[in-house]
Write a protein that binds this ligand. Sequence first.
Ligand code: ADE
Length: 253
Amino acid sequence: MLIDVITIFPEYLAPARLSLLGKAAEAGIIQLRVHDLREWTEDRHHTVDDTPAGGGAGMVMMPEPWGRAIDAVLGRAHPAEQPDEEQGQERNQGEAATLVVTTASGRLFDQAAAARLARADHLVFACGRYEGIDARVAEHYRARPQVAVEELSIGDYVLAGGEVAALVMIEALTRLLPGVLGNAESLAEESHAQPGLLEYPVYTKPPVWRGLATPEVLLSGHHGQIAQWRRDRAEERTRLMRPDLAGADGRRI
Ligand code: ADE
């Protein structure tokens, strides 16, 4: 999978070279390219923002650098910017790609969204800063052939910019790609693997730590009882930690 990230702070993506993501890149499962949006500015100050139309606080990211940057990483020019004889049609429709715009005003990114993004061949992350990216950028790419657009938020809070959100999404979706996790079974058991259910509590050795014992059933070797205990604890934990999830998929727990 090819993953392009466009940002004014490419260094923010440095952790994506570590650990699981770094290994996935080394194994050729993902190819991560991080781009500086300012490379697609045309003034000597490399300006990427301007005042909001209609007034108000803060600055808005201008559409022109974003359009040039996204076209470049998609590997295709906007029809109006192509040579005359090719205008009116996309010269090279290219491979299908998904443009992910990270924004606090997007749809909530969850495990289902991670699984959906993990099915793409090419993801392009546009990391907004300031008050966000001019809305015409998402509107424009929604109308382009072979491009899907997702405006996604990682939670109901406001970050300083979309870079951390992109990192979160890239990590969550990369774990789901075949060959990334040593033990694919852990995907089936973990929180959110079944929609609306958190993972049961886990224990390792020693069997007693600071006076606290590992639940006996887990040491019993009785697989049926262990599975039942884990199901019960998962449901209990979901009710306690996330009452909003409990029963959300119609199951009564
Ligand atoms: N940019 C600012 N806040 C964000 C959030 N919660 N999710 C995604 N991008 C953001």
